[in-house]
Design a protein around this ligand. Sequence first.
Ligand SMILES: Nc1ncnc2c1ncn2[C@@H]1O[C@H](COP(=O)(O)OP(=O)(O)OP(=O)(O)O)[C@@H](O)[C@H]1O
Ligand SMILES: [Mg+2]
Length: 260
Amino acid sequence: MLYAGIDIGSQSTDVVIIDEEKKIKGYSVISTGAIHKNAAESALAIACSNANCNVDDIKYVVGTGYGRKNISIASSQVTEITCHAKGAFYLNNDTRMILDIGGQDSKVIKIDNLGNVVDFIMNEKCAAGTGRFLETMARILEVDLSEMGEKGIQSEKDVKLSSICTVFAESEVISKIAEGDKCEDIINGIHNTICDRAIGMIQRLSLEAVLTMTGGVAKNRGVVRNLSERLGISVFVPEEPQIVGALGAAVIAYEKSNRR
Ligand SMILES: Nc1ncnc2c1ncn2[C@@H]1O[C@H](COP(=O)(O)OP(=O)(O)OP(=O)(O)O)[C@@H](O)[C@H]1O
Ligand SMILES: [Mg+2]
């Protein structure tokens, strides 16, 4: 029998399918789009195809993410906090702190040596410090989102953005371009703005030795590098950071099903 986790986020809908040994059999990451129900169904179909199984082979489904109420196939719903903690601990059980930066919110979660959530902080009030901020900036700079990380790493000069708000930062970036600052340096400044926000949250919970970063922004090597340097630790990034919430949901599906 198989177990699945479905995470409907503001940007991506992610599905992970695991087996009786809690091994990952298949997964998918697709764009959420406007209709959550369609996203869940499509992502599940792709993950099934990757796992070489049928939807009927799945015994228990747990839904998570901000669209979790719209997953009709899910037997239960669990918060993102619990799922990210579960997924990150499953991938690396030395993890004591998780930083998740998604499309519209960011959160820091503290867990104990059994993977239980001890504390968390969530920022969902504004776009600054989230993937949305990076998307806006990439558009202004006419750089592909997936190239931002590498470009930022090439920076040789500090360019600091002073605006906290995305709207003001947008015009600040435009004037930096006009002033002749190099694209790489502006990007690095943008990455540091993301790091400022994240570090502020991390410090409020006090940094733990093993920090796992999840969510799509963890794919940006520039953000991860700056964060590691500024925190003085090596931030652990899973192979596919975007599926960690769905993975946690799948592990919870396994546990719920086997508890009954
Ligand atoms: N290949 C990539 N390279 C760099 N950044 C990326 C890449 N893919 C996605 N991202 C970033 O990840 C963000 C989306 O992350 P994710 O899929 O974790 O969000 P989400 O879970 O849908 O959102 P939320 O949890 O806030 O509801 C995008 O806004 C973008 O900034
Ligand atoms: Mg998310």
